[in-house]
Design a protein around this ligand. Structure first.
Ligand code: AMP
Length: 284
């Protein structure tokens, strides 16, 4: 596995792959890798791509300095996991390479209006600007590729799809399913911050989503069920909503068909998110 840190060597590596008629599969991560991340490496490998993974804890997408400081960092384990899952080139760009003006503000920002303003975006001001800006940079340096994202961050995936469409990036966005522990908890780098008791209570998120996924109901009923189960387990609900899976417009009680349920909650100071499909049974 090749390891690179500089933007120019990363750019030429990807150029060389395309010149040799290979397809580049980019997997952006913030490190602290787990089976959710490696499922993306595996998906890229299965597509026959040359797998290029980035590991960069992007400060611009953190709205809370404490959250950034506490974000888990396990670079040695990450390198071994990436190699074991067939990553061909692991890129660990320096902060200076990514954001030369940091810690000052970076004048150039990519904003995806609308999708960035609701749910995660409403509760984490500037978060999706940070995400869209860093992904725009990763795609610009990498060049034409397939880029893999997990549905774990369902709204992020929607924001990226919109940005790629609007700015005509020469990339195919591939969304991959959520990887869960055997007990249902969606894998997340933040799960290591949970104590045993908090981890048990955190199962309410996946339990709530499994409940609403299992039976069609109106949007209000789904929202009520989500809240009841999550707050009943002693978690602080940040939001529990049902929206159109593409536009993220809130679902109404007259709506029927496919929608997405998304939940964010805090437990012992750790912020967790999860989501799943729901079917709406419109009320006449
Ligand atoms: P992160 O390192 O948290 O920025 O995540 C990097 C990528 O891994 C994103 O596309 C995430 O959606 C994806 N990812 C994180 N957790 C999971 C999971 N449990 N299942 C599938 N994909 C995931």
């Amino acid at each position: 596995m090749l390891r690179l840190t500089g933007v120019e060597e990363w750019r030429s590596y990807c150029d060389d792959q395309r010149l040799a008629n290979r397809r580049v599969g980019l997997v952006p991560t913030m490190g602290a890798l787990h089976a959710g991340h490696t499922s993306l490496f595996d998906a890229a490998k299965d597509h026959g791509d040359v797998v290029v993974a980035t590991m960069f804890v992007n400060p611009r997408q953190f709205d809370d300095q404490g959250d950034l400081d506490r974000y888990p960092r396990t670079p040695d384990v990450d390198r071994a996991m990436a190699e074991a899952h067939g990553v061909d080139c692991l890129i660990e760009p320096t902060l200076a390479a990514m954001w030369p003006d940091y810690p000052g503000p970076t004048p150039t920002t990519v904003t995806v209006r609308g999708l960035s303003d609701v749910l995660e975006g409403a509760h984490r001001p500037g978060h999706f600007d940070g995400v869209a800006s860093v992904v725009a940079k990763l795609l610009t340096v990498t060049g034409p590729c397939r880029v893999y994202f997990g549905e774990k961050d369902f709204q992020q995936l929607a924001v990226i799809r919109q940005m790629v469409r609007d700015l005509s990036f020469a990339v195919d966005v591939v969304g991959c399913g959520i990887v869960r522990d055997a007990d249902g908890l969606a894998l997340s780098s933040r799960n290591v911050l949970l104590g045993e008791d908090a981890r048990q209570r955190a199962l309410a998120l996946s339990r709530a989503l499994a409940t609403v996924t299992a039976a069609p109901a109106s949007a209000s009923e789904h929202r009520r069920t989500l809240r009841e189960i999550v707050s009943g387990a002693g978690l602080d609900v940040i939001y529990a909503d049902v929206v159109d899976p593409v536009t993220f417009a809130p679902s109404g009680d007259a709506d029927s068909g496919d929608a997405r349920a998304l939940v964010a909650a805090r437990i012992d100071g750790v912020r967790l998110i999860d989501n799943g499909p729901v079917v709406l049974k419109g009320e006449p």
